[in-house]
Design a protein around this ligand. Sequence first.
Ligand SMILES: *Cc1c(COP(=O)(O)O)cnc(C)c1O
Length: 361
Amino acid sequence: MATEADPQQLHVDTFLVASGRPQRTAGSAVNVGVELTSTYAAEGAVSYARSGNPTWDAFEEALGGLEGGLALVHASGMGAISAALSLLPRGGTVVAPDTTYNGTGDLLLDHEQAGGTVRRVHATDTAGFLTALEGAHLLWLESPTNPLMDVTELDVVLARARELGVPSVVDNTLSTPLLCRPLSLGADVVVHSVTKYLSGHSDVVLGATVVPDTERGRALGARLRRHRTLHGAVAGPMEVFLALRGLRTLSVRFERASATAAELARRLEAHDAVERVRYPGAGAILSIDVQGGLEAAERVCAATRLWLHSTSLGGVESQLERRRRHPSESEQVPVNLLRLSVGIEHVDDLWADLDQALRTV
Ligand SMILES: *Cc1c(COP(=O)(O)O)cnc(C)c1O
């Protein structure tokens, strides 16, 4: 039930605040409510809460407007990714980056084990994508990739997929619609882990899919909705309420975190304990390769006091993690790589803590 925002009318900051509100009438609430009900009296628009909920509608209106399409909220990012991967026929061929979010990577391995084909291309190898797309059934993209921070030429690759009639999905979690709106570049489906920036406070697990408001997009959206209803990865209304509350401040959080990330990237480039900084030039995530290998990288994680040593990203609190501590992480990721998710604390406090931790190596 999302409606497209008219970017001519409202700036994105304003839309974030204004969208997904109940209609204004005398005495009306300013926020959508949380309806704790599993069923609805017969003959209404919704009959059962596995297929709809007014809190979902409000969040979907806001996110749909942001991405320029029709949104569906799912129980988690992986719920959204599973729904999007259901567009891939059994035994079909999918083109994907050679490093993806590790949950997605595991589902792609399952697809191969079930007899399907995965053509893996390095995220920056545009020519490789163009070749791999011939005869494929689905294109999967993430940009920048996590945690190597490689950037794909989305416009070129998506345009070719469109020419060939290959449906495309972009995981837009790291960029957020503030940096990139894949539907405007020709993508058929956007997926989000709403858990991250969109919610922004490390207090919910949630996902979303978005499709264009076109005939082709609505047909794909109907398949995603059917998957959500029948596979049942549906969100609780309280989580969606919190996500919508978090979304209100997305632009101020993301702008602050991005400015701090750019400054930290600059300072880290000059740090003796850092071999390499991987920062795509925008956004609030960067990765560093620490001098001295795996043990040195672990010491840094153990030595921070302000930076939270934990998995996940996109919260107001800064987090760092050695990604290879997860056995499912790609072997392309160096063992001494730390991913830094920059929060909204003061840059000098973050720097002081990181600097003292890096001095332990
Ligand atoms: C976290 C994440 C996911 C998975 O989302 P969950 O909400 O944890 O299920 C998918 N893609 C990316 C890029 C992520 O960072």
